[in-house]
Design a protein. Structure first.
Length: 249
């Protein structure tokens, strides 16, 4: 099986498949210098679009693919759908649920990073930017806004002219996020709707401090069979592979 990974769900799925005796190859994009590696075989790097992925699936004799990439990994999602259609290999999308605003939250939804950047001047002047190291050029023209940029690896220019970069990776705690936002006098947070618990603490901190959060909506994904949990993915795999192993339920 091929698991298109890079998320905690992908690592959990690979570990489960290893326990069940299924040969699994996890593929990582290679955008993080020191990624968290899943159990089992790992390949790093792209496939060369849907045609390259389709050729790889045929060569490796892959019987099923699970796309468990980040909700904003549009390109590999499209490649997976195209390759699955070309080869007839079953494809499942494993995607965690997005975040939901609750009582006390002040969320402003944006359709893109450019849209988020347009909203900022009216919301605050000290921004906690947590959208990752790619796409920061969308904010580079905002000279009147100060940014605290957090990402795993150093970002490439262009960056906003007034910015401080901190390198860190989740999971984070609400206490730590509160302290960070207070220290830097943050008055607005910008994030992608990644979902999950690893980076959710900043939303809790923003709520407690009464700060607005600009949330970038997820991009559309190809219409494929989709589940939201590792348990459901395992059930789909059990069905597709025709196994009667009850441990995989």
């Amino acid at each position: 099986m091929l698991v298109l990974g890079g998320t905690s769900e992908a690592r959990a799925l690979a570990a489960a498949l290893e326990r069940y005796g299924v040969r699994v190859i996890s593929s990582l994009a290679g955008r993080v210098k020191k990624p968290r590696l899943p159990e089992g075989e790992v390949r790093i790097g792209g496939f060369g679009g849907p045609e390259g992925l389709a050729a790889w699936l045929r060569t490796e004799g892959v019987v099923a693919v699970v796309d468990a990439t980040h909700p904003f990994a549009e390109r590999i999602g499209a490649s997976a759908a195209g390759a699955a259609e070309a080869t007839g290999v079953p494809l499942l999308r494993l995607e965690r649920a997005g975040w939901q605003a609750g009582a006390g939250d002040d969320w402003r939804w944006a359709d893109s990073l450019d849209d988020a950047a347009r909203m900022l001047p009216e919301l605050g002047t000290r921004v906690f930017l947590t959208t990752g190291r790619q796409g920061l050029a969308a904010f580079a023209h905002l000279s009147d806004v100060w940014f605290l940029i957090r990402c795993v690896d150093p970002p490439d220019p262009p960056l906003p002219p007034r910015a401080e970069v901190i390198l860190d990776r989740g999971p984070y705690t609400a206490e730590g996020e509160l302290a960070l936002m207070r220290e830097h006098r943050i008055d607005v947070v910008v994030t992608k709707d990644s979902g999950g618990s690893y980076t959710e603490a900043k939303l809790t901190a923003a709520r407690e401090l009464g700060r607005p959060v600009v949330v970038v909506r997820r991009p559309p994904r190809p219409a494929v069979t989709t589940v939201g949990t590792v348990a459901d993915a395992l059930e789909w795999i059990r069905s597709e592979l025709g196994t009667t192993d009850q441990k995989a339920r």
